[in-house]
Design a protein around this ligand. Structure first.
Ligand code: MN
Length: 153
């Protein structure tokens, strides 16, 4: 149930966000959404095996090879979230407005299997977006007591 965490946190009678579970297939799309929740952040999502593997990036992603930005892993999101823009009601999970900041396609470097790379905590992704065009490296740096994962990108 890859979308279990995503669905448990939301009341789909109240939020305009997609419930998910209707799209299948594989591919390599990505999206970066600007999310003005209680704290402004950017959500970086990569299509992997039919879901969007997702990180919240407080300062937003960058291709500057000298920059390292904190990225907090969040639950996988449904593929339909690639196109989501709207206002999540105040008081609900992630309340605030969401706009698409960048979108495009991505590929893992060389012959890496993305799911294996993510499990191992290091993924090199080549992005072909409108804004982000180039290599980004995602590196898991730790987990806190509740199992939340800290990454750098
Ligand atoms: Mn968010």
């Amino acid at each position: 149930m890859p979308l279990g965490q995503y669905q448990r946190k939301r009341d789909f009678g109240k939020t305009p966000e997609p419930k998910g579970g209707t799209a299948g297939g594989s591919g390599g799309r990505f999206v970066v959404q600007r999310h003005r929740a209680s704290r402004l952040h950017y959500d970086f999502r990569l299509e992997v095996d039919g879901v969007l593997v997702s990180w919240a990036v407080p300062k937003g992603p960058t291709l500057d090879p000298k920059a390292r930005r904190a990225a907090f892993k969040v639950g996988d999101h449904p593929i339909e979230y690639l196109h989501f823009e709207g206002v999540i009601p105040a008081g609900g999970y992630g309340g605030g407005d969401v706009t698409v900041w960048d979108t495009g396609t991505w590929q893992p470097d060389e012959t890496t299997d993305p799911a294996q790379a993510l499990a191992a905590g290091e993924l090199h992704a080549d992005l072909a977006g409108e804004k982000l065009r180039g290599r980004v490296v995602l590196l898991r740096t730790g987990r806190d007591g509740s199992g939340k994962e800290r990454w750098l990108m």
